[in-house]
Design a protein around this ligand. Structure first.
Ligand code: BES
Ligand code: ZN
Length: 878
């Protein structure tokens, strides 16, 4: 047998969907918890749906030990297969009673029931329930659950499952609890948690006056760190009522924070389980970004209660149905309660960085994929974030009030059902009175559309004539792309910087591009400037022939946050692209004069009244990762050289301005608030630019002093982390002292200490590789803790393109070694950090060869997981 044959898995096709032959109506589970031998008793009522009376009942089950199985109380003939059991000749309605055993301690994949730092917890989405007990583990089988949990012999603080507590007490010296969830749900929304926690309790009175008990379970001793998450739960509940009229539907809502978790968080009905990184914050241990993220992730999972739980998915190809809609909802939540511009700019950065990269990679897939081998590989930026842009475009096209009505009609029509993206679109078409037939291509065609703009002035008719064209490159799965239907938000600026609104432009300010090429006429004065793609109204690459002066003009006068930031970004991109050859030869680059002039104007006018969040985003030098996405073929060394030259030149030219800014803008307290987040953000950016400038000016000692002082004088983690990052990334003298001090203060605090690993893994040069090697044997390194893995190998892979792609090839070797170790421990985490290697064909030949060698040896591995197999084999096929 060849190695290739040994590792073969088959893809499933969306169009092969078949309705289930049976459904489960009631599931009664009893867990007798034990670290290594948990007994699950499962009594499920089944009903035949198919007219085929001979169809056997096939239950999913993985890595389970089956003790017995009875049908209607009688020991029955059944066949154990690799993926479950098959029970032939069953009646139309019947009860299966069975008992199986599992070993939570040995479960390092963190799918199913596992132990996380002493706590029993579950993760079932997408297909983890089959690792707990035998079931119809598919999202279109909805059942009512009754769950009895008997605590482990050594005792246990709380025993939790979905829904309402029916009974609790002690039997034979063991605590037990019985839970019932009144809402039928698919198995992926099942959850169980057992452990000892601090509990933050509160209540929420809903819009109809019902009282909901809220409980947040955190590590013992960490009560205070749960308070912001609790506030965020209440804010989410209120916002969903205010903006969409959606009221919580259970009498209690529970959130549990666990330390070992594959993802960010999970929306199990009434019992959300969170990675502790998205719960546990206080200003001394967490950054402003962490506070902001806790609020948005709490919101996200809470909002799934309707978009995902009440109306769920027919099959996993429909994942975008719940995720895109819920990301759109969490973005709107963050926009309304935190900051709209910041939220939008973050979302746009995800699209223009990782999502464009995915669209250009062998794993490019439509938002509704056609073929899937391992579902875990499809929780992607395409399905989540491009999907959310699609929902946002629908919102743009039909407007807030029709969107709200359509969403409510959809939730009402399909309440308690498992549906498809097509059902959603039809419902929106009918409710809002729109035709989305061409628009549907956003769901079926992979790849990023390129939009090209040009304009001329027609003197005779006093018309500005705008031409737009679109083109989408072929992807592996589709050679020919049909034109997309996209709303392009527009405005016009006159020479003085005033907005002018031509009669031809609709009042909501967008035009439709839905052909390969289109022409639009606007009655305007000469020299009026079209502002195209305001608010990034469609997820495309725009190529518009603005001059540097026009970009400066828009940057000064346009009132759209995205356009402002994009003008600065475009000026940066132009500079990098124009200088790439010089950078490749490592010669001296010219000055980015226009960018510096614009930045000087901005810096000169900053005061405490300014929109600091927006200004800070405008002043940011783009990440190397996002810069890479502006090139088809990637010359990483030249991009890095040009990026650093650009940053240094801006920093040196404006060092006085940054020094003044640094002294002028300070947060009013060490606590989190949106206003202080803005102040700290710009103050920290100033610190960074000062340090960069001083290093370039041969004043490294001064850079070190100011950074060390910043570290020591602040009580806030945002500041400390900025100082530590600058000290380590710029290799300042204070580096050792800061790292030591950070280690002393935080090494016992896993979440905070992850930063110690991440900062050293993201040094933007080869030394990061040595750092990672060294830190792999740090006493606090734990290869079974996904947060740690993501902070070290994950950071190198996903946040350090320079070190990963170092010409020595050591970055690739190191990453692949970690991936093969993780293949057996946790394939889902392993497959995620593999992602950047898939795009090897965009690099030079030498790097391509080195990555190919590594990918080929991964393919040879015995017991290669399905997730890695799918990604690597897809990349090698291209
Ligand atoms: N349903 C997902 C959790 C999930 C992710 C399950 C991957 C199975 C595989 C949850 O709603 C989610 O989307 N979580 C995100 C965070 C969110 C704020 C986008 C996550 O875990 O990354
Ligand atoms: Zn989600």
């Amino acid at each position: 047998m060849t190695a290739e044959k040994r590792n073969t898995y088959k893809a499933q096709k969306r169009t092969d969907y078949k309705a289930p032959n049976f459904t489960a109506t009631d599931i009664d589970l009893t867990f007798t918890l034990d670290d290594t031998k948990t007994i699950v008793k499962n009594v499920t009522r089944f009903k035949r749906l198919t007219s085929d009376a001979k169809a056997p009942l096939i239950l999913n089950g993985e890595e389970l030990k089956l003790n017995y199985l009875k049908v209607d109380g009688i020991n029955y003939k059944f066949k154990e297969t690799k993926n479950g059991v098959e029970i032939p000749s069953v009646p139309d309605e019947f009860t299966v009673e069975l008992e199986n055993e599992i070993n939570p301690s040995a479960n390092s994949s963190l799918m199913g029931l596992y132990k996380s730092n002493g706590t029993f917890c579950t993760q079932c989405e997408p297909e983890g329930f089959r690792r707990i007990t035998y079931s119809l583990d598919r999202s279109d089988v909805l059942a009512k659950y009754r769950v009895t949990i008997i605590g482990p012999e050594y005792g246990c603080g709380v025993l939790l499952s979905n829904g309402n507590l029916i009974e609790r007490g002690t039997k034979k010296n063991r605590p037990y609890a019985i839970w019932e969830d009144p809402f039928p749900k698919p198995s992926y929304l099942f959850a169980l948690v057992a452990g000892t926690f601090d509990i933050v309790s509160d209540t929420f009175i809903t819009m109809s006056g019902r009282k909901v008990d809220l409980e947040l379970y955190v590590d013992r001793g960490a009560y205070e760190r749960g308070l912001w998450a609790m506030q965020s739960i209440k804010d989410s509940m209120k916002w969903d009522e205010d903006r969409w009229g959606l009221e919580f539907d259970l009498d209690n809502f529970k959130v549990v924070a666990v330390d070992f978790f594959n993802f960010g968080a999970m929306e199990n009905k009434g019992l959300n389980v969170f990675n502790s990184v998205y719960v546990m914050v206080d200003p001394t241990c967490a950054t402003d970004t962490a506070f902001y993220n806790v609020q948005s992730v709490i919101g996200h999972e809470y909002f799934h209660n309707y978009t995902g739980d009440r109306v769920t998915l027919r099959d996993w190809f429909q994942l975008s149905l719940k995720e895109s809609l819920t990301v759109f909802r969490d973005q709107e939540f963050s926009s309304d309660v935190a900051n709209r511009a910041l939220t939008r700019l973050h979302a746009i950065n995800v699209i223009r960085g990782p999502q464009f990269a995915e669209d250009a990679s062998p794993m490019a897939h439509p938002v509704r994929p056609e073929e899937v081998m391992e579902m875990n590989n499809f929780y992607t930026v395409t399905i989540y974030d491009k999907g959310a842009e699609i929902i946002r475009m629908i919102h743009t096209l039909i407007g807030e009030s029709r969107f709200k009505k359509a969403l409510n009609d959809y939730l009402h029509k399909y309440d308690g059902q498992a549906v498809t993206i097509e059902d959603f679109l039809c419902c929106f078409e009918e409710s809002a009175g729109v035709d989305l037939s061409q628009f549907r291509r956003w769901y079926t065609q992979a790849g990023t559309p390129h939009v090209k703009a040009s304009w001329i002035y027609d003197e005779e008719n006093k018309n500005l004539v705008l031409k737009l064209s679109q083109h989408t490159n072929p992807t592996r799965d589709q050679q020919v792309k049909e034109p997309f239907y996209m709303p392009i938000r527009m405005s016009f600026l006159d020479k003085e910087g005033h907005d002018v609104h031509p009669a031809e432009l609709s009042s909501d300010g967008y035009i439709i591009l839905n052909e390969n090429e289109q022409e639009y006429r606007f009655t305007l004065d000469r020299d009026t400037l079209p502002v195209i793609l305001r608010d990034f109204s469609a997820p495309v690459k725009l190529d518009a022939p603005y001059t540097m002066e026009q970009l400066q003009h828009m940057l000064s006068f346009c009132d759209d946050a995205f356009i402002k930031v994009d003008c600065a970004t475009t000026m940066q991109n132009r500079y990098i692209h124009d200088n790439l050859e010089i950078a490749a030869a490592q010669s001296v680059l010219k000055e980015p004069a226009e960018l510096i002039a614009s930045y000087k104007a901005i810096l000169d006018s900053v005061d405490s009244q300014s929109d600091l969040i927006l200004i800070n985003e405008t002043l940011k030098i783009q990440s190397i990762a996002n810069l890479m996405e502006t090139f088809d073929k990637i010359n990483i060394d030249a991009i890095k050289y040009a990026h650093d030259a650009l940053e240094t030149k801006v920093a040196v030219s404006l060092v006085n301005e940054f020094v003044e800014l640094y002294g002028k803008i300070r947060a009013s307290s060490a606590n989190y608030s949106v206003a202080d987040m803005g102040r700290r953000a710009i103050n920290n950016s100033a610190l960074h630019m000062i340090a960069v400038a001083k290093c370039a000016m041969d004043k490294k000692k001064e850079a070190s002093d100011i950074v060390l002082n910043h570290y020591n004088s602040s009580k806030n983690m945002t500041d400390k982390l900025q100082a530590m990052t600058d000290a380590v990334h710029l290799d300042l003298e204070c580096k050792t002292e800061i790292l030591k001090s950070f280690e002393k203060d935080w090494s016992k605090d896993a979440l905070v200490f992850d930063n110690f690993f991440r900062v050293q893994a993201t040094v933007p040069n080869k030394s990061a590789i040595d750092n990672v090697k060294k830190l792999l044997s740090h006493p606090s390194y734990d290869g079974r803790n996904p947060n740690r893995v993501r902070a070290l190998a994950g950071a190198l892979a996903l946040s350090n393109p320079v070190a990963l792609n170092d010409i020595s090839g050591e970055g690739y070797d190191l990453l692949c070694k970690q991936i093969s170790a993780l293949n057996d421990i946790n394939p889902s985490v392993a497959a995620r950090i593999l992602t950047p290697l898939l795009s090897f064909r965009r690099l030079d030949e030498k790097r391509q060869g080195m990555i190919l060698n590594n990918l080929n040896s991964l393919m040879q591995m015995p017991k290669l997981s399905r997730s890695i197999y799918e990604k690597v084999s897809t990349a090698l096929k291209e």
